[in-house]
Design a protein around this ligand. Structure first.
Ligand SMILES: [Fe+2]
Length: 483
């Protein structure tokens, strides 16, 4: 159990209200029935929401160097028969346990180089923070972190089982945090960036149990960062940003990964198209420079064009904003906007690349049944006030074809997390989001109707502890006991 060393009022003094949500390490709780604050739990909601994020951003008074280095903590909410039970557990990684025992940070990470003399730092492995996303499989939950193996957890209790090689991964082999599940076959596609003198993307296709059944490799044009990709009809598409990682500071551990990366717009963004059947490269070409963390979805249109909706930044300053996030008062401007990229995978050129909206938008998702296929709804977090120091305060739905927007902006001082879509047997689904109320120091789970976000939540559930802002989550359906 983490020690609460920060006072929430002291940490948040002179900072935006959302900073209260990260002022203290998350406190484990549950399983505990969740009380309803407003509305009622939809009777047809049967299954579990899982969310991962950096639960702890400081230890013994020392802040992590970057948001991405916080230890992973998982929120699970199990829904059944009109009720909900919640629990929160840290992923018991080897690094977390060693640092908890020492009551100080011991390992390098994304933002932090190794400590100690040169000969001890050389080649030190970063801590697997297990903090980025979750993949729910039939018999286990995976806590994902993009530079190493996933950790397996119990789907019900969130007890950590340990590192999981999915039948094929070698120790430390990267398995990224943005897998894509084919809605027809159930196959799971993912990748890992392997860094070195000749960096490459390792490709994985797993069956529905998570076992890796096929692998491939495609070379990278530089030592860089690739966080996400799309499944787009017959293709997997990677957008490789003009970010260059200097390997020497990493090898000698003079810098963390974050500070060893530089923005090199002269290289442009490289588009790499892969055949999803063979996992072999189809084409690659360069285009304008930009940076993206997240892609909402991809598909091949009737005209043959590959369409990709993503959240685009003009440069890599977003990484600095995310570093400053842990202070509760970021000052480096970085605005992500939803864009639509259309490309010809065979002729190797861009057809168009245009903004979908003027809104600041991040964490774009589509319903799981639309992954890799044409979609008419993109859900995302948005900011109603385009201020650098502010956090998201709304959830939006955008029809990328018509431009129609449905926005839910939460009450002042309330901040949502990435939306998670839950399908219904009939009609439009639900959107689930964890909302932190900075006035009450309270987190809630809010359920919105996916086809009418602006109407506000149909149900608000109280969570017994503050859930620090997280990264990504998923939903796993369970058959209704009545069916
Ligand atoms: Fe991500």
């Amino acid at each position: 159990m983490p020690t609460l060393t920060h006072d929430r009022d002291a940490f948040s003094q002179g900072k935006p209200l959302w900073s209260r949500g990260i002022a203290q390490p998350a406190v484990e709780f549950g399983p505990i029935p969740l009380s309803v604050i407003a509305g009622q739990v939809p009777a047809d909601l049967h299954g579990s929401l899982y969310r991962n994020g950096a639960g702890q951003l400081e230890r013994a008074g020392q802040l992590v160097d970057h948001w991405f280095d916080g230890d992973g903590g998982i929120l699970a909410i199990h829904f059944s028969q009109g009720g909900a039970t919640g629990l929160y557990r840290y992923v018991q990684t080897q690094g977390l346990q060693a640092e908890a025992a020492a009551n100080r940070y011991l390992y390098p990470g994304y933002g932090k180089p190794a400590a100690g003399p040169f000969w001890q730092r050389l080649g030190t492995q970063p801590k697997n923070a297990a903090n980025t996303s979750v993949l729910a499989l039939p018999d286990k939950l995976l806590a994902l972190w993009e530079a190493g193996n996933p950790h397996a957890l119990d789907l019900d209790t969130l007890d950590t089982v340990g590192l999981d090689d999915l039948g094929s991964l070698s120790p430390h082999q990267p398995y990224s945090a943005h897998p894509k599940r084919d809605p027809q076959t159930g196959d799971i596609y993912n990748f890992g960036v392997v860094l070195g003198r000749r960096s490459y993307i390792q490709l994985y296709r797993s069956d529905g149990t998570g076992q890796i059944r096929q692998q491939g490799q495609i070379p990278l044009p530089r030592t860089t960062l690739v966080h996400d990709f799309v499944l787009a009809g017959p293709y997997l598409v990677f957008l490789v940003p003009p970010v260059v990682l200097s390997l020497w500071p990493i090898l000698f551990q003079n810098k963390g990964f974050s500070d060893a990366m530089g923005w090199r717009p002269q290289y442009g963004t490289q588009v790499i198209v892969v055949d999803r059947q063979t996992l072999e490269e189809v084409s690659r070409f360069e285009t304008d420079p930009w940076f993206q963390w997240h892609m909402g979805n991809g598909y091949q249109g009737a005209d043959g064009a590959v369409v990709i909706d993503y959240s685009r930044y003009d440069n890599f300053d977003t990484n600095q904003w995310l570093k400053e996030f842990v202070t509760g008062h970021p000052t480096t401007p970085a605005t992500g906007r939803l864009f639509r990229l259309r490309l010809d995978a065979i002729a190797s050129n861009i057809l168009s690349n245009e903004p979908l909206s003027d809104l600041e938008g991040e964490f774009p998702i589509v319903p799981p049944h639309a992954v890799g296929h044409p979609h008419d709804a993109l859900f995302f977090c948005h900011k109603s006030q385009p201020k650098t120091e502010e956090y998201f305060d709304g959830i939006g739905r955008l029809d990328p074809n018509s431009g129609a927007l449905d926005l839910m902006t939460f009450a002042q001082g309330c901040y949502p997390s990435e939306p998670t879509y839950v399908a219904k047997a009939q009609g439009s689904g639900w959107i689930l989001t964890v909302v932190f109320d900075g006035h009450r120091d309270q987190s809630t789970l809010q359920i919105l109707s996916a086809d009418n976000l602006a109407a506000g939540p149909v149900c608000v559930l109280a969570l017994p502890e503050v859930i620090p802002f997280g990264f990504h989550g998923t939903w796993q359906s369970k058959p209704s006991s009545n069916s």
